[in-house]
Design a protein around this ligand. Structure first.
Ligand code: CP
Ligand code: NVA
Length: 319
C-alpha cells in the first residue's frame, strides 16, 4: 500500500514543513523552476462538485510539471460497473497519484487500500485534510503574531472542523467549537485532537454558545450549515439559529482577529456580507493558499527526493 493523506494527521511529522514549503512555493520567485512532477499524471475523481479543490489541484499539478486528469464519477465505470478496489488497481497502472472527493470516508479509505500510488482525500463526509493545511498556512500568514492562536469554530461539526481541530492541536493552538446539539464533531476525532493537544500544549473544548467561543478569539471560522449530500435534510437549518457569524458576534474577538471560511459560503446564512467582505476577512487568501499548500503536499507524496532536497534547492531559511 502506498502512502495516503486521508486525514491531516496522516502526515503529522511533516505538517510544519508542509506549511513552510507551501509558503516558499507561494513567495519565492524561483518556485516556477521547481518541477518535481515532470512526466507524472495525477487522476482526480469527483463524486461531488468542487471549485477550489478541483481547480487548485489542476493548476498545481501543471505548475509542478505534471499532467492533471479530472474525472467525474459519472464518466467512469466506478460505482456503476466497477468496484472501488478494481478502479484503484487499474488507475495505479496508469497514474502516479490519485485524489478523491466523495461521500463516506470508507470509500476513499478503500481506494487507498487497493492503490499502489499515493491517494489524497479531496474531501469526504468526515475529513477535508487539504483544506486544513491551507487553513494553517493562512493562520500563520495573517493571524495575530501569537504562539497559541485562539481558534473559534462556529457551525457544523463535520469534515472541515475535524481536520481543523487535528491540525490546530498538532501545532499547539487552542480550539473552541460551538456546534448545536446533535451536530457535534465525532467523539473519536475530538479524542485524537485532545491527545495531540496534550503533547503540544494546545487545547480543544466545546463552547456552550457562539458568543462564548468567539470571546478574545484570534481566528473565527465557519462553514456551510448544510454540507454537500445533505441538501434533502430540509429541517437542518433550523438547528443553527444563533450560529450565524455577524459583525456583532465578532465584536468580542481579539481586535486583530481574522475571519476564515473554507467556501463556498451561503451568504446571509452562516455568515453576513459585512463579515465576509469586512476588514478581518482573509477568505480569498485562504482559497489561494489551497494551491500552494497542495503543491507542497503533492511534492511530499509523489517525489520524495525532491521533497528531501527542496529546502536546499530553494534556499529555504533554516533548512
Ligand atoms: N473549500 C472547498 O473544498 O471548496 P470546493 O468545494 O469548491 O472545492
Ligand atoms: N462541509 C462542507 C465543506 C465544503 C468545502 C461540505 O462538505 O459540503
Amino acid at each position: 500500500m502506498a502512502e495516503r493523506f486521508l486525514r491531516v494527521d496522516d502526515l503529522v511529522e511533516d505538517l510544519d514543513r508542509l506549511l513552510s514549503w507551501g509558503e516558499s512555493l507561494k513567495n519565492d520567485p524561483e518556485a516556477g523552476d521547481f518541477l518535481p512532477l515532470i512526466d507524472m499524471t495525477v487522476a482526480s475523481i469527483y463524486e461531488k462538485p468542487s471549485t477550489r479543490t478541483r481547480i487548485s489541484f489542476e493548476v498545481g499539478v501543471k505548475q509542478l510539471g505534471g499532467h492533471p486528469m479530472a474525472l467525474g464519477a459519472n464518466e467512469m465505470q466506478l460505482g456503476h460497473k466497477e468496484s472501488i478496489a478494481d478502479t484503484a488497481n487499474v488507475l495505479s497502472r496508469y497514474v502516479q497519484g490519485i485524489t478523491h472527493r466523495g461521500f463516506g470516508h470508507n470509500d476513499v479509505a478503500e481506494l487507498a487500500e487497493s492503490s499502489t500510488v499515493p491517494v489524497i482525500n479531496a474531501l469526504s463526509d468526515e475529513h477535508h485534510p487539504c483544506q486544513a493545511i491551507a487553513d494553517m498556512m493562512t493562520i500563520r500568514e495573517f493571524a495575530p503574531e501569537v504562539e497559541r492562536q485562539k481558534i473559534a469554530w462556529i457551525g457544523d461539526g463535520n469534515n472541515v472542523l475535524h481536520d481543523l481541530m487535528l491540525a490546530a492541536t498538532i501545532l499547539g493552538h487552542d480550539v473552541r467549537y460551538a456546534t448545536p446539539d446533535g451536530h457535534e464533531p465525532l467523539s473519536s476525532v475530538v479524542s485524537d485532537a485532545e491527545a495531540f493537544a496534550a503533547q503540544s500544549g494546545g487545547t480543544v473544548k466545546r463552547s456552550s454558545s457562539a458568543e462564548e467561543a468567539v470571546e478574545d478569539a484570534t481566528v473565527i471560522y465557519t462553514d456551510v450549515f448544510v454540507s454537500m449530500g445533505q441538501e434533502d435534510d430540509k429541517n437542518k437549518l433550523q438547528d443553527f439559529e444563533g450560529y450565524s457569524v455577524t459583525g456583532d458576534l465578532c465584536s468580542s474577538a481579539d481586535d486583530d482577529h481574522i475571519f476564515l471560511h473554507c467556501l463556498p459560503a451561503n451568504r446571509g446564512v452562516e455568515v453576513t456580507d459585512e463579515v465576509m467582505d469586512g476588514p478581518h476577512s482573509r477568505v480569498w487568501d485562504q482559497a489561494e493558499n489551497r494551491l500552494h499548500a497542495q503543491k507542497s503536499l503533492l511534492t511530499r507524496l509523489l517525489n520524495d527526493a525532491a521533497w528531501d532536497t527542496y529546502g536546499e534547492v530553494m534556499g529555504v531559511e533554516g533548512w
